[in-house]
Design a protein. Structure first.
Length: 248
């Protein structure tokens, strides 16, 4: 075990519609298990959910972790404004944040990025399900290390445009051959360090700066499919945690 492991909390909404035959320990359990197994002790991931005391989120809990992964879908409205405000403040002050799949409509995602999270290109649960072809767009990015283009045989479709701010890096691009839609998995930063008045700058590579909180949105993860057991997905989340924690 590392002397300084990355401390991770994997949060979900305890979704009753996620099949126990696929996720006997819920989605957060599968994700945490993958992180702990793959990291060999460099990551220590624990779980929480909306039905825990304080919805699994307190200022003390957030202060004790380096990265928060967030999965939500049908219960976004049950997350209190107080809970969301704690997460938003923590991320803007340096907590790494990895919102997953349908977390794009969570109060936390929308508050952290100050966006609508709308799927303006639509969504689809097809029968039989869509395949999701994932292309590595930024192969030199730390999150993409050890990952090549791959296919998830069953997934829910999201289509661009996406109601989010411009990405720092589009690391992966999802393509859904059934309808020809594309959708990004991307990084950005938030919080202190970004000049809100910046335009093109003086040249010489001077930019607006990067915020204290690193954010990686990862598109796949529909609860009806075993996405979080896929080895490529597990590698991406492992890398994403290390990146969000500023370890790579």
């Amino acid at each position: 075990m590392s002397d300084n492991p990355v401390r991770v909390l994997v949060w979900d909404e305890a979704p009753t519609h996620a099949p126990k035959s696929i996720y006997p320990n819920s989605l957060n359990g599968a994700i945490a298990e993958g992180l702990n197994t793959l990291s060999g002790g460099s990551i220590i991931a624990t779980t929480a959910n909306i039905d825990d005391p304080n919805q699994g989120i307190t200022e003390e809990i957030l202060a004790a972790i380096d990265v928060l992964l967030w999965w939500g879908h049908a219960r976004h409205g049950e997350v209190t404004d107080e809970t969301a405000a704690k997460v938003i403040s923590a991320v803007h002050n340096g907590l790494g944040f990895i919102p997953l799949h349908s977390a794009h409509y969570s109060k936390t995602f929308k508050g952290v990025l100050n966006c609508s999270g709308d799927l303006m290109g639509g969504w689809r649960e097809a029968t039989p399900p869509d395949a999701e072809e994932i292309t590595v767009c930024a192969p030199k990015h730390p999150i993409a290390q050890g990952v090549e283009d791959f296919v998830l045989p069953q997934e829910e479709m999201y289509g661009n445009p996406f109601g989010v701010p411009p990405a720092l890096t589009v690391v992966f691009q999802s393509y859904f051959p059934l309808g020809g839609e594309y959708f990004p998995s991307f990084t950005t930063t938030v919080g202190e360090g970004i000049d809100p008045e910046f335009t093109s700058g003086p040249g010489g590579g001077v930019g607006q700066g990067q915020g204290k909180g690193r954010v990686f949105y990862f598109r796949p993860g529909h609860e009806a499919f075993p996405t979080y057991f896929d080895s490529n997905v597990q590698r991406i989340l492992h890398n994403g945690v290390l990146w969000a924690a500023r370890r790579i």
